[in-house]
Design a protein around this ligand. Structure first.
Ligand code: DGT
Ligand code: CA
Ligand code: ZN
Length: 645
């Protein structure tokens, strides 16, 4: 499970200091909230809140402050609180009254604190007036419309609570790939640096680059004699909010944002996207978020087997295990063991008879297979392909020479045309396509036809300057046109004919989500029919962890685009690389490839930094079996010029 936690931070196994500054600040904040929930005196509540803020903002080491006695001299730390904190830091024990405060507060009330935008004061009122004592009873009360009537509440705040409950549930269950990878890579990095660690590698859905991640799995190789020390060191790493279990070879943890060296920031989010994932509440949820992690400690000989097992997917493992059985072998997280040797033995006892493997590829070789890259391990045909040496040569980021859906300050981008072009050149691209929003999308400052054409003149000017200087870089001029009623585009034909290409995208999500699959599919087809439409942008409109896309028959859409391409008319489908979208879904990429529909991976960048999202698009494209020849991004500027003519 992922989400946020509201428990007193666990002490490090060795100290002092037994708690980090962050943990102490967090504990004080929790005490303040719980006191407020109990209806305690406001001054008392505030004193804990202030102490939390003050300590959280310090730069000195807390252990030093305790030792020197300076802690007592800090503003807002009285005698009582000072000695309570000293004891906690030097002995690893929280004050009794804090522990009872946590224990005595009904779990349902604590659970409600996780709802974004809902604070202790309102929870207390709803508890007293309506007997609300859990998220479930809160939802019931809101659905019965009884909260709207409470003094100081109203229908709006009632709806906000319902939205908050939904948001929390979504956020807790899984995390987006970008976030999961951020935690996973930071954790892998920290573990790798521990003395005695021979190898540490992220496994699970993160290694398979799924678009969302349930929990992190990390496999660590250590010599047996170092196991205990390494395990202790892992439990002492920064960023551990709680320890769920710590055995000999398996550690179960909850990580929080203090795992990051720098303070956690999610950067610019397209307002349209932010709205779908909870607005300002989202940023707050993310900053206070957590993710679960499972660590396995194994010896070097077992490492490849454990890594392969915990990389999954479960379906891939099952197919692999069956393949092993067919060869008289038993495949497990501990080894690949001849059945005749293993007999009645189980687990590690059987593993002593395992065939050896220095790395994963040797396990695959034992089973007469080519090594399967983790992204493909979903049991969607990869084992057959590996058996026949027909696995695709997947696209890599260095194949990317440019992308066609990016914004500038002409609509809602943060960088100018010139800055975007410079940035693209700096990352080694050969070309860049600009597709600013069209007039209908007022919230995104859609550009008028006049402004669009003026942008085209500027692009021509830049292109001829580069060409004169012998610089092999060019800009393509496009537009991201809204798809209007009946599949129409947002500019007259004589305007569209003056630009290089059109990315046609749906933005009126309410309308499209309120309609049936057939109407939506047909309207998209009408839009694809338009001569100017080159690319279908974010084809389902989904926002991961935010909203489902509109209903549409993507197979029919791909088939329809396929006919055009087979007749020599370019109709490409976008794989929007924003980690909030990854739309086209990876599962559909393989179908587009099979049907000869080119894919264009587009970062949909609204800033220079946004160009970097191309990395997530490449991950999704790889997961979708795409090779460099399947995407327009691998063409040179010259080739693309010819294609778009
Ligand atoms: P997630 O965490 O929901 O995003 O997805 P995964 O794939 O990381 O799944 P997780 O964390 O439950 O387990 C990690 C890997 O361990 C999984 O991909 C395959 C392996 N595994 C877990 N349970 C089973 C099982 O019952 N059978 C088999 N064959 N493998 C399993
Ligand atoms: Ca996992
Ligand atoms: Zn768009």
């Amino acid at each position: 499970m992922a989400g946020s936690s509201f428990v007193l931070p666990k002490a490090r196994p060795s100290g002092p200091p037994y708690f980090s500054r962050n943990q102490v600040a967090q504990a004080l904040h929790q005490v303040a909230v719980l006191l407020e929930l109990q209806g305690a005196n406001v001054f008392r509540v505030r004193s804990y809140q202030n102490a939390s803020r003050m300590l959280g903002g310090l730069t000195q080491d807390l252990g030093d402050l305790v030792e020197s006695g300076e802690l007592f001299g800090l503003k807002g730390i009285g005698k009582g609180l000072g000695s309570a904190l000293s004891q906690a830091i030097s002995e690893g024990i929280w004050p009794d009254d804090w522990i009872s405060l946590h224990n005595d507060t009904p779990e349902g009330l604590i659970e409600m604190l996780g709802i974004p935008g809902l604070g202790p004061k309102r929870i207390k009122i709803m508890n007293q007036e309506l007997g609300v004592d859990s998220i479930a009873t809160l939802r019931q009360a809101a659905e019965d419309d009884s909260i709207a009537g409470l003094k100081g509440f109203g229908a709006k705040s009632q709806q906000r609570m319902l939205d908050g409950i939904e948001l929390l549930a979504r956020f807790r269950s899984r995390r987006r790939l970008d976030i999961g990878l951020k935690y996973g890579e930071a954790f892998e990095q920290r573990i790798s640096q521990i003395p005695g660690v021979l190898k540490a590698q992220l496994a699970g859905s993160a290694r398979r680059r799924k678009d969302t991640i349930g929990d992190l799995d990390i496999v660590v190789a250590v010599h047996d004699e170092d196991k205990e020390d390494v395990s202790k060191a892992i439990l002492n790493l920064p960023g551990i909010a709680d320890i769920k279990g710590a055995g000999d070879s398996k550690i179960s943890l909850i990580l929080d944002t203090s795992i990051f060296d720098e303070s956690f920031s999610i950067g610019h989010i397209d307002p349209n996207v932010l709205d779908a994932i909870g607005g300002d509440d989202y940023e707050q949820l993310e900053a206070g978020g957590t993710i679960d992690a499972q660590v396995r400690l194994v010896s070097l000989e077992v490492f490849p087997f454990t890594l392969a097992y915990f990389t999954g997917s479960k379906e891939h493992n099952i197919a692999m295990r069956q393949r092993a059985i067919d060869r008289g072998l038993r495949l497990s997280e501990f080894g690949l063991i001849p059945e005749k040797d293993a007999g009645e033995l189980k687990g590690m006892a059987a593993a002593q008879f395992s065939l050896s493997a220095d790395d994963e590829s040797e396990i695959y070789r034992h089973l007469e297979l080519d090594w399967v890259t983790p992204e493909l391990r979903e049991d969607t045909g990869e084992i057959n392909a590996a058996e026949q040496s027909l696995l695709p040569k997947l696209i890599v980021q260095s194949d990317i020479k440019g992308a066609l859906h990016n914004h500038t300050t002409l609509s809602d981008g943060e960088a100018s045309l010139e800055q975007m072009a410079d940035a693209a050149r700096k990352i080694g691209w050969n070309w860049l396509g600009i597709a600013d929003h069209s007039p209908t999308l007022k919230v995104a400052n859609g550009a008028s036809a006049e402004d669009l054409l003026a942008q085209g003149e500027l692009i021509k000017q830049y292109n001829s300057e580069w060409s004169n200087q012998g610089i092999d870089f060019r800009l393509f001029h496009g537009v991201e046109s809204d798809i209007l009623e009946g599949g129409k585009l947002d500019h007259p034909d004589d305007v569209l004919s003056q630009i290089d290409y059109t990315v046609a995208s749906v933005h009126a999500m309410n309308k499209w989500k309120g309609r049936d699959e057939q109407s939506n599919t047909e309207e998209l087809m009408r839009c694809i029919d338009h001569d100017a439409t080159t690319i279908l942008g974010h084809p389902t409109g989904r926002i991961l962890q935010g909203r489902d896309g509109y209903e549409v028959d993507m197979y029919a859409i791909i088939d329809y685009m396929s006919d055009y391409n087979n007749d020599g008319v370019l109709k490409a489908v976008e794989l929007n690389a924003s980690p909030y979208r990854l739309d086209l879904d990876w599962r559909m990429c393989k179908y587009a490839k099979m049907k000869n529909v080119p894919v264009i991976i587009n970062p949909d960048a609204h800033s220079i930094r946004g160009l970097g999202d191309i990395a997530y698009g490449v991950m999704a494209a790889r997961k979708g079996w795409l090779e460099s020849s399947d995407v327009l991004n691998s063409l040179s500027g010259l080739e693309l010029t010819t294609l778009l003519e």
